[in-house]
Design a protein around this ligand. Sequence first.
Ligand code: DAH
Length: 340
Amino acid sequence: MKERLEAILGTALDAVAQAETTDALEDVRVRFLGRKGELTALLRQMGQLAPELRPAFGEALNRARDRVQAELEARQAALLAREKQERLRRETIDVTMPGRAPVLGSAHPLTIGIREVCEIFVNMGFKVIEGPEVETEFYNFTALNTPAYHPARDVQDTFYISDSVLLRTQTSPMQVREMERSKPPVKVVVPGKVYRRDQIDATHSPVFHQIEGLLVDEGVTFADLKGVLTAFAHQFYGADRKVRFRPHYFPFTEPSAEMDVSCGLCGGAGCRVCKGEGWIEILGSGMVHPNVLRAVGYDPEALTGFAFGMGLERIVMLKYGIDDMRLLFENDLRFLSQFR
Ligand code: DAH
């Protein structure tokens, strides 16, 4: 048994010396010193020895176990140090390497447009509000002096939720909602989505955006309308642009006018963009109809006001020279990333 002990000790010391990783070393420990380990087994077999031989053998066995244990610990320390060195070498970072720049997003051209338009009106004292896209027939049409029989309803066919609830065709219903809930002076702009039963093409979409404006107070005149909208056009398109007002018809304003700006491409001479006109229409406007004021309980004898509405896609397309509205909805990054 003495020889067995010597042989096992030799094998154990070799195994320790040859273990190349801390994991392998742990296997060696289990193999020799574990509960079912080879040296541990010898301890159990000691009973087979003659009693007088046992103390000496026990002592030798203990020394062997201590020796293996000490070698294990030394090797463990060496391996840990080596593994740490290797990890440090593997994980070094080159701090001089250029960083990976995060991809920055940017606002959508329509969002940029809404912000620019609203900022211009905010600087003139207007407040920005928003309203529901699912609207009642009453606010979308009836309260805007457009009763059920009115032909103006035909050109604004939309999506109906029920007979009297629909997706709004214009942001104008917010004129009524805002006047109902507040006292004059009322001075608001209202950006938002509107819906119509239109086929998609380069200039039409069943969903698009409008920005509505309303100013109601004592003594507001058509001169105020012209002044405010001219100031807007000059700030949005440039002070060199001319504007003109053409008579038009809207059910909820009287008189009504459309505003044109001189074409930015040809300067008014006539070209492809303005279709030879020299002018481009950018919004509808007018003096708030007395029937609309009455519908919200305002006294048309005491108060007057003007309103306007513009199609956001249209004015953004004109400003940036975009020739197809679908580009604004297709979310192609090659297009969108040009608007940083
Ligand atoms: N709501 C009109 C439309 O969608 C645009 C408009 C015209 C709004 C004249 C107004 C206005 O406030 O005064 O065609």
